[in-house]
Design a protein around this ligand. Structure first.
Ligand SMILES: Cc1ncc(COP(=O)(O)O)c(C=O)c1O
Length: 468
């Protein structure tokens, strides 16, 4: 490709370049390798899926225990006896793929994480059926406990990592990152034009975020070096000492090289934060962390300063499910920064918080309300069904009456027609007798007149009977 041609690509975003490469790969078979897609894994983890779908079947069987008289309708999972019904479900489906996984998961949550099975099943059934707005909306309680245990196990590499932290469920890692930047700006922790350090290589779409008009951050590159097997040299890390640098944005393991930051570098960053930069915000995308052994996340090493992001897209081959989390320790640097904001900003944020709460209250419906509405709906359906039954029975009576009337009418018509025939015969006989009487009487005029036949009237009586 000509340099001039190449220069044009310089103006495109990474996603546009990717699309262009796919176009080229499609048009020329020998260039197929240019289609790197969107880093979509070419596998899926099947066991958790089996477990997931078995849970779905169990939850459906629970739903169908209510409203049994109404087709296509189910109700809420009932907590009474739920665990016993689950155990029965497991026994009934022993040997089916996913059943063992599901049972082991429920047992693990109770034994290792202290989540009572009945509670977990109730939450999971509601979640998989999707009949509730999630409460709390940031992440379901038990899901958070389980994910936190996973993060603790995978990100600490045996280091003590016992700080409590909150998780926020998001639609994947990329969404998590955009939410983080939005909220940092909205809360005046990062402002337009601030300087941030960006570890490179980085997941290419992340290159775009700091450059968006909303942020226009000044970027300082902290580059891993190919010569050092994609590790970040100390000289680069030391750029974080500059107090102008407000945040360090990094993917670990890096993308595309997929090399995790070595422990010594993690420790160096921790040391810098501790001794010189206690206000530094670290934003780490650890999506590939679970692919490596002995992974230490910056989130585990520097919990006070780090916002962690993880996604289930890659390791579980679940890019289409859009599952990610943001992890944040309690009492971290952001809390301190918020506390130090000028009063005017605090007031504005408090106002915003109140508006958000009002929106949430307006949107949310309490379970009791939902039940009330459901019962009203059931009553309404019942009334409709009763009314339909009444109308049907009245219609049946009407149909039967109509059949009887039709029968009577056709009898009348038949009788009418036969009377008409007899009338004609009688008339003809009268005419004949009239004729015969005429020579026998002195004055023919004294004989009574025979009226004319009203043929149109007679035909009008005959015709409907003929049609029947
Ligand atoms: C480092 C990294 N983070 C995040 C993502 C995207 O994750 P998600 O699908 O959860 O948005 C990718 C995808 O390629 C990635 O490589």
């Amino acid at each position: 490709m000509e340099t001039k041609e190449l220069m044009k690509y310089d103006q495109l975003s990474p996603f546009e370049v990717k699309d262009k490469l796919i176009e080229l790969a499609k048009s020329h078979h020998e260039r197929m390798m240019l289609d790197a897609g969107r880093g979509n894994p070419n596998w899926v983890t099947t066991t958790p899926r089996h477990g997931f779908f078995q849970l779905g079947l169990f939850a459906l069987s629970e739903a169908e225990r209510s409203f049994t008289d109404m087709a296509h309708f189910g109700g809420y999972t009932q907590p009474e006896g739920l665990k016993a019904r689950f155990d029965q479900f497991v026994r009934d489906h022993a040997g089916t793929a996913g059943i063992d996984f599901l049972k082991q998961g429920v047992d693990y949550a109770e034994k290792a994480l202290g989540i009572p099975s009945a509670d977990l099943l109730l939450q999971f059934c509601d979640a998989i059926i999707g009949n509730h707005y999630p409460v709390p909306d940031r992440m379901l309680k038990h899901c958070e406990t389980i994910c936190a245990a996973y993060i603790r196990k995978e990100f600490g590499a045996g280091r003590p990592f016992d700080r409590p932290f909150d998780l926020y469920a998001t639609e994947g890692g990329t969404a998590a990152m955009t939410y983080v930047f939005q909220t940092l700006k909205e809360n005046k922790i990062l402002n337009v034009g601030d300087t941030i350090a960006v570890g490179s290589p980085i997941f290419t779409p992340y290159l775009e975020i700091p450059r968006l008009n909303d942020y226009r951050f000044v970027e300082v590159e902290i580059a891993a070096s190919e010569e050092e097997s994609w590790q970040i040299p100390d000289s680069e890390i030391d750029k974080l000492l500059d107090p102008k640098v407000k945040a360090f944005f990094v993917t670990n393991p890096s993308n595309p090289p997929s090399v995790k930051i070595q422990d010594a570098t993690i420790d160096r960053i921790a040391q810098i934060v501790k001794s010189k930069r206690p206000d530094l915000i670290i934003l780490t995308d650890d999506v590939y962390g679970t692919f490596t052994q002995g992974f230490v996340s910056l989130f585990a090493a520097i919990p006070d300063n780090t916002i962690g992001v993880y996604s289930w897209s890659k390791y579980f081959g679940a890019t289409g499910w859009r599952l990610g989390i943001i992890a944040l320790c309690e009492g971290n640097v952001l809390d301190r920064m918020l506390a130090q904001l000028p009063q005017a900003d605090k007031d504005r944020l408090a106002e915003r918080e109140m508006s958000l709460k009002a929106i949430n209250t307006a949107l949310a419906d309490t379970p009791a309300n939902v039940l009330k509405k459901l019962n009203a709906l059931k009553k309404q359906k019942q009334t409709e069904a009763d009314a339909r039954r009444q109308v049907e029975s009245a219609l049946n009576t009407l149909r039967a009456e109509k059949r009887q009337q039709d029968q009577k009418l056709s009898d009348v018509l038949r009788n009418g027609a036969s009377l008409v025939t007899r009338y004609r015969d009688l008339h003809a006989l009268s005419l004949k007798l009239h004729e015969q009487f005429q020579p026998l009487v002195e004055d023919a005029k004294s004989l009574p007149e025979i009226p004319e036949l009203d043929t149109s009237l007679l035909e009008a009586i005959e015709q409907p009977a003929e049609k029947k």
